[in-house]
Design a protein. Structure first.
Length: 412
């Protein structure tokens, strides 16, 4: 291991680490902050960059705060990355990262990225969270270097009603690999989802109100106790989500996300809108109130079943079960606008190219990863679409993860 050296930290990187330069090489320093002077020690060397740990903070940033969690810090829980950063500064860093990714990866000059919309609750906001179960039956998160599972006594970003379940449930006798805690809008609408190693659900008992479901090795849900789903109340509608299905982990920000997407669609009432990776129908439900037809595309069968229930009274919705890439290749309808909310991997070239062939006037791109988002925006630009603006939203306070909603339009 190299000798410690002084390092000036000058920026922040996607991934949460602060950045400095030493001997002509970029140095990434987890748990550092721009503006700090530190004594650093190299921990890993790559061709053009290296990672280092903080040996000593010589000059601390005024944005550094004391993290409240005993599990936060080097070598500990990897679930949070920025508990040491004042919340207002977290929001600024996220905007800076989006701009940097669009410029460097997407090759988009001076993108219009608005200030990050804050979460109403920077703590206790997660309505669902998945923990890894150790062979000893304790639950935790993988450490920040993915070398071990760190047992967690209390998680500060977990919703309090779920923290109560976490404290009360006994997993020592269950043969499960991971466990998800989830609640709906009603804090008593609580569910535990057991991710099994095989296909045989265990026998379980609880002495308090709680639904328990299992996901088999092939991702099939099985109801063991109580309900098979939780319910979210959003903008005057109910959305049921079956065990294993997707819904935004921070519902208050999901409402803001819908608001941003609807504003960007600028619908007049007769358009045909394509909703890709539509899940249980969150965007579809509110788009349908403003247009002629929504074509909703989702590949996870339980989510499709949920969407059919959630959207049952809407007669201008067509739900298609299948992969986005396959469905796009078979569409014959004229598409006026698109909402796409892909997983972290983004759209990818194949989906981008098929979307462009449909020639929608406007595409609203919802992203949870600025790197894949920037890559896709760069490809859209090559194919005749220009990025109008980006609105980051803080769906994941205390972490480097960033949710964005962006508008792309056909270039004139």
């Amino acid at each position: 291991m190299s000798d410690p050296f002084e390092l000036e930290l000058t920026g922040i990187a996607h991934g949460g680490a602060a950045v400095g330069r030493h001997d002509g090489r970029v140095i990434f320093v987890p748990y550092g902050l721009p503006g700090e002077r530190i004594r650093a020690q190299i921990t890993q060397v790559k061709d053009r960059f290296a990672y280092a740990r903080i040996v000593e903070i010589i000059t601390a940033s005024p944005d550094r705060v004391a993290p409240p969690c005993q599990h936060f810090g080097p070598g500990l829980c990897g679930g949070c990355h920025w508990q040491h950063v004042a919340y207002d500064r977290q929001l600024e860093y996220k905007r800076e990262i989006v701009i940097d990714q669009l410029e460097r990866i997407g090759k988009i000059r001076a993108p219009l990225v608005h200030p990050t919309r804050p979460s109403p609750s920077p703590w206790g906001y997660r309505h669902q969270m998945t923990f890894t179960v150790t062979p000893e039956g304790s639950t935790g998160f993988w450490s920040d270097d993915n070398s071990r599972v760190v047992p967690i006594e209390r998680c500060h970003i977990l919703r309090p009603s779920l923290a109560d379940v976490y404290d009360r449930i006994d997993l020592a006798s269950l043969d499960v690999s991971r466990i998800r805690f989830q609640c709906g809008s009603d804090s008593e609408d609580r569910m535990v989802i057991l991710e099994l190693e095989g296909d045989d659900p265990p026998e379980v008992e609880v002495d308090f109100p709680l639904s328990i479901n299992a996901l088999t090795a092939d991702n099939e849900p099985a109801n063991l106790i109580g309900s098979a789903h939780v319910t979210y109340h959003m903008r005057g509608r109910d959305f049921r989500v079956t065990a294993g299905g997707f819904f935004q982990v921070n519902p208050s920000m999901a409402d803001a996300l819908v608001e941003e997407a609807l504003a960007r669609l600028v619908l007049k009432g007769d358009e045909t809108v394509l909703d890709l990776y539509s899940g249980v129908g969150l965007f579809t439900a509110f788009i349908a109130e403003r247009c002629g037809l929504v074509i909703s595309v989702e590949s996870f069968p339980p989510a499709v079943t949920d969407a059919e229930a959630n959207l049952a009274e809407l007669d201008n919705v067509e739900i298609i079960e299948g992969s986005v890439e396959a469905v796009l290749g078979n569409l014959s309808e004229r598409i006026d606008a698109v909402v796409a909310d892909p997983p972290r991997a983004g759209l990818g070239n194949a989906v981008v190219e098929k979307l462009v062939r449909l020639k929608p006037a406007r595409i609203v791109y919802v992203s949870c990863d600025p790197a894949t988002f920037a890559r896709d925006c760069g490809r859209f630009a090559q194919l005749g679409y220009r990025l109008i603006d980006v609105q980051p939203l803080d769906m994941f306070p205390q972490t480097f993860h960033i949710e964005c909603v962006a508008t792309l339009e056909q270039a004139l």
